[in-house]
Write a protein that binds this ligand. Structure first.
Ligand code: MN
Length: 228
């Protein structure tokens, strides 16, 4: 047994529907502007840009059902997304082979300190301070692809306090799941345990303490996150 000089950090995991086995999280890749209508609402032309990714930390994952309003911000936005969980990886994966690496799918919120992200963008600085903060990635349990099949269409939506705020369809993704996996694998050694947050449809907006967010992806069901 290894003799650590400090207590080793705990492995972050996601529950998996239909059993007590958990999915260990390694990295979280998040795609930016993957729905045309969201790219447009953020002031960009969706036709002219190659895909880009940023990362959150595995430790940012939260499955408690609560999102504590974070410090140093007054403009925290929700971004409802489908999560893709990988059971294997590699480099230079071909699009036609990409779905063989998918374990399953889940629901996630890419919570964003929009004011800090906006400053970072303006100054040409990295986005982590706006994106990769404590508990910034509320997630649901994962559903194995063996149960759902591979999801390439279906409604994605978010309600806040019972009011519909975001709505789109997985088939509106500019970069599809196999393309994202293939693209990432050209730049990184992607691996079992990696998650991809697949982008958000239009309608992102701010939350405040007490708000109740209910996210849905057809085929996966819903999850509820309360802002505290
Ligand atoms: Mn996002």
């Amino acid at each position: 047994m290894t003799n650590y000089v400090i207590e080793p950090p705990k492995q972050v995991t996601l529950p998996v529907r239909g059993g007590d086995a958990e999915f260990p999280v390694r990295r979280i890749y998040c795609i930016g502007r993957n729905y045309a209508d969201h790219a447009i609402e953020m002031g960009h032309d969706p036709d002219k840009e190659p895909p880009f990714f940023f990362q959150k930390n595995a430790e940012n994952v939260d499955t408690s059902g609560e999102f504590p309003y974070p410090p140093q911000t007054s403009d925290v936005h929700f971004e409802m997304e489908m999560i893709v969980a990988l059971k294997s990886g590699g480099v230079d994966i071909l699009e036609k082979d990409a779905l063989d690496h998918v374990f399953g799918y889940g629901l996630g919120l890419d919570m964003t300190r929009r004011d800090l992200q906006g400053e970072a963008k303006k100054m040409g600085r990295p986005w982590e301070i706006g994106k990769a903060f404590e508990r910034s990635a509320p997630m649901s349990e994962l559903v194995p692809a063996s149960e759902t099949g591979h999801l390439d269409h279906g409604r994605v939506a978010l309600e806040v306090n019972g009011e519909l705020r975001q709505e789109g369809d997985l088939n509106q993704m500019i970069w599809k799941v196999p393309e994202m996996i293939s693209y990432l694998s050209r730049f990184y050694d992607i691996a079992a345990g990696d998650l991809i947050m697949s982008g958000t449809p239009a309608g992102v907006g701010p939350i405040k303490r007490g708000d109740v967010m209910v996210g849905t992806v057809d085929g996966l069901g819903s999850f509820t996150i309360t802002v505290v």
